[in-house]
Design a binder for this molecule. Structure first.
Ligand code: XMP
Length: 181
């Protein structure tokens, strides 16, 4: 599907990663996770809202028992710049005690989100936190954090599509793209 068919060609300046390339990369990531993850069921924690498309496509490629939970966290609050504050929007966290957890986020930017979530899950008593992101921005991190599984390294620019939004829109684009400024 192309941007024209979605009626949003006017907003998208260029496609950065198209659907086919994402699919191929997810095949490889799923294989890597399945190979490297300790045996037994994986507890996947999907960070909402941005990671829901990525997680749905990735987790369906992993051929072993999975428990899936979601965590609602927010750091952008609608714009194109991180607010610097990671908010946990849920009243309670999933039970992670003694579990090996795979946290999935859409994009690693400043690193604050993955750091805050990892710290919180370790505090809750999980055995280990493994992290996977579809995208990692090539920029200095505010926190000393990296993801164990990275789909694509990208430049330091604001992207939308495949779960990522600008003011709530564009999450349903099947590709990752850059908006016109
Ligand atoms: P941090 O800075 O905590 O960022 O590593 C992670 C969260 O920030 C959001 N984010 C973006 N959202 N386009 C988006 O639509 C972007 O280019 C972008 N960069 C960061 C995202 O919610 C992510 O989970």
């Amino acid at each position: 599907m192309i941007a024209d068919e979605l009626g949003r060609a006017d907003d998208v300046e260029r496609v950065l990663i198209d659907e086919k390339v994402i699919e191929k990369r997810l095949d490889a990531m799923a294989e890597e996770i399945d190979r490297e993850f300790p045996s037994g069921p994986i507890l996947a924690i999907v960070l909402l809202k941005g990671a829901f498309v990525f997680a749905a496509d990735l987790l369906r490629r992993i051929p072993r028992p999975l428990d899936i939970e979601c965590l609602n966290v927010s750091s952008y609050h609608g714009g194109t710049e991180s607010s610097g504050v990671v908010k946990f929007l849920d009243h309670s966290l999933p039970d992670v005690k003694g579990r090996h957890v795979l946290v999935l986020d859409d994009i690693l930017d400043t690193g604050r989100t993955l750091k805050a979530v990892t710290d919180r899950l370790l505090l809750e008593g999980c055995a280990a936190v493994h992290t996977g992101v579809l995208l990692a921005k090539d920029r200095p991190r505010a926190e000393d954090v990296q993801a164990d599984y990275v789909g694509f390294e990208i430049g330091d620019e604001f992207v939308v599509g495949y779960g990522l939004d600008y003011r709530g829109r564009y999450r349903n684009l099947p590709f990752v793209g850059v908006l016109k400024s």
